[in-house]
Design a protein around this ligand. Structure first.
Ligand code: NHF
Length: 406
């Protein structure tokens, strides 16, 4: 099978879970024997195709002019839209060049609204059926549609689902959401979870070195990593900190990542007078992230909206106990008391309860450390994701061949 994949982000230029998801899938498809060419956007300019872990990756410049903002910003910046639209021209022209230069592709697989216009153009120009994955929605991220810009993005997402032969999403929660907000028929949707890469175990020396930057030897460590945007609920984590400290005073918190909400969160930490207990690291390398997972007593993902939550899998795969919001895909990924704890979303008391339980109950920690990696190996391998995705491709191909369209 020859797959032309369109994604706004691809490693090493990763902003969030989308980049991880697309590369996990692309590499596993190649591992199965498929040919995958990812056309992606880049902040540093056009790049010739190169082979990354067997996946052919081309990048086109996101914009001809300087970017002055976070491309996944608050959704309130019209420049954000300009860049996304320019990126689509790049994806379409690069995709077209690749598709006509080599043997024909069987399937176009586009991810999220950022690539929906290029996907639609390529589908119609090349007469190749389109599969569209929705990783998250504007409606979900903003808890409704509250501005013209949000409505526009929402409509582009709808267009992607409309143009697609089949739509993939990563959880039953997302399937319900797509049916509700886009009136998408259930029989057009395939639910395929994400996977996670097997973790390399960091050297103890590196773990100690990185741990010592944030916590003393007798102190406990709570870790969050992800984009700092409202829907990830890091403000709820900060509200829970004083409540955790009441019973577990020797605890330190690390908040890693960046995003438009970083300033608000730092201010909140100051107002709560917990600055001495919480470290904001900004973006960290994979090496630091893995060392922090290994050093942490608990990893916390307090999302208000989470279509899937690859970060929770990352933590579980590394044997780090997790406390997550009982919402979205996280509800389906984590089994309460068995592979992690689930707490009420948006509720600092409930979150503090979960964090304290893990910190103060050693037998629970041991159980979660054992169950997490086993569960991830069994249910969430990228090879399984690629097999399921390949079934969707084959179904689409055979349907497309049996009708006059193609
Ligand atoms: O894991 C990849 C990622 C998800 O929940 C995540 C999200 C965006 O918000 O599918 O996409």
């Amino acid at each position: 099978m020859r797959v032309l994949m369109l994604s706004y982000e691809y490693p090493p230029e990763v902003v969030g879970g989308l980049g991880a998801a697309v590369s996990g899938l692309a590499r596993a498809l190649v591992h199965r024997g498929d040919h995958v060419h990812v056309v992606s956007a880049s902040s540093t300019g056009d790049e010739a195709p190169q082979l990354l872990d067997g996946v052919m990756v081309s990048r086109s410049a996101r914009t001809t002019f300087a970017e002055r903002f976070d491309p996944y910003g608050s959704g309130g910046d019209s420049d954000f839209l300009r860049v996304a639209m320019e990126a689509n021209f790049g994806l379409a022209s690069r995709g077209f060049a690749e598709a006509t230069r080599t043997e024909p592709y069987d399937i176009i697989h586009a991810h999220d609204w950022h690539s929906a216009f290029s996907a639609k153009s390529l589908k119609h120009a090349l007469r190749i059926p389109l599969v569209f994955t929705v990783h998250s929605t504007e409606h979900g991220r903003n808890r409704g549609i509250h501005s013209d810009l949000q409505r526009y993005i929402h409509e582009i997402e709808w267009m992607g689902t409309y143009e697609a032969w089949r739509v993939i999403c990563c959880s039953n929660y997302m399937s319900d959401e797509l049916r509700r907000i886009f009136s998408l028929p259930e029989d057009k949707i395939d639910v395929i979870p994400n996977g996670v890469d097997q973790a390399a175990i960091p050297e103890p020396k590196v773990v100690d070195e990185i741990r010592s930057q944030y916590a003393g030897s007798g102190e406990r460590l709570v870790f969050y990593v992800g984009r700092l945007v409202y829907e990830k609920g890091v403000h709820v984590l900060l509200s829970s900190v004083p409540k955790v400290l009441e019973e577990a005073a020797n605890t330190r918190f690390v908040v890693a990542g960046d995003g438009y909400y970083a300033g608000v969160l730092r201010e909140k930490a100051e107002k709560l007078r917990i600055g001495g207990y919480v470290s904001f690291t900004g973006r960290i390398s994979d090496r630091e992230r893995d060392a922090l997972y290994a050093a942490a007593d608990v990893a916390v993902f307090p999302s208000l909206y989470e279509p899937f939550g690859i970060v929770a899998l990352e933590a579980m795969a590394r044997g780090t106990p997790v406390v997550v919001s009982d919402t979205g895909g996280l509800r389906e990924v984590v089994r309460h008391e068995k592979t992690g704890l689930k707490v009420y979303s948006g509720d600092a008391d409930s979150l503090a309860w979960g964090i304290k339980r893990v910190l103060l109950d050693e037998s629970l920690r041991t159980r979660l450390r054992e169950n997490g990696p086993a569960e991830v190996r069994e249910r969430f391998s990228w090879d399984r994701v690629a097999d399921l995705t390949s079934c969707v491709y084959r179904r689409v191909l055979s349907e497309a061949r049996s009708v006059p369209w193609s």
